[in-house]
Write a protein that binds this ligand. Sequence first.
Ligand code: NDP
Length: 286
Amino acid sequence: MAKLIDGKLISAQIRAELKEETKAFIAATGVTPKLTVILVGEDPASQVYVRNKGRACEEVGFAAEQITLPATTTQEELDALIDRLNADKTVHGILVQLPLPKGLSEERVLLRISPEKDVDAFHPYNVGRMVAGQITYLPCTPAGVMELIKRSGISVAGKDCVVIGRSNIVGKPMAHLLMQANGTVTVCHSRTKELAEHTRRADILVAAIGKADFVTADMVKPGAVVIDVGINRNAEGKLTGDVDFASVEPIASYITPVPGGVGPMTIAMLMKNTLTAAKRAVEGEI
Ligand code: NDP
């Protein structure tokens, strides 16, 4: 039976650490870290994500601002808002909640946010720095996975790591971070042939596919560490990951549940990036 990696607990520990760090930072500098989240339109899932980010900010002692714009907002209006926030010295992190309504360019928005305030780490400048190992801000979900691995006492060095998924926000940066931790990394995707032959070699298997219960026991090496990034709804409407937990849990050495695994880590890492942004602003590194 696998040991459960409790993302809820670990993320709470990280938020508690950040709260202490924030208190000390405010006492020393008089500056309160501030995250501004822009929500365009009324997507219900996005509303929940934005609300949770605001709550997390309050918990760690940041100032949180939410700017809600109608779905009819033009690209020029959104650009102008981002420009204003880029110039506002009291704002340390800017996040535009994705996806954007039709007609607005995500690519243009991500390029517009100043790299110094890009706490999601999606700007190509920060992506480039991450790939080069000159890390400023880490992409939140893969960084959260690395924290889960580290805080569970699992070493990556020399291990065969297989990532299923190659998206810009999860799969690709995940592979880079595992490589930087000295793992030997294979990235699989929808065009991979004989997927199970790759996954069965993994000492550390990360699933970021977006397909409920896709990874089954026959795809997993006994004793593997299995990290499930997926968030899906199954036929009964229940939240489920990309890993078939019931069949994989008995053979893995460690496994993350869904919910309560990787999910809570993403926001904790966003808070970490926001504090880093505030520190960098104060230290005049930007
Ligand atoms: P994307 O849809 O952008 O990427 C999915 C990836 O899975 C693609 O690279 C795709 O390959 C690959 N894939 C799809 N089908 C198969 C298949 N049959 N065999 C092998 N590979 C396949 O998703 P994201 O990366 O954005 O998200 C992945 C999952 O993680 C989703 O469930 C999402 O909800 C969740 N997520 C969770 C977060 C959290 O905080 N826990 C944060 C972000 C995402 P190809 O490139 O060839 O199309």
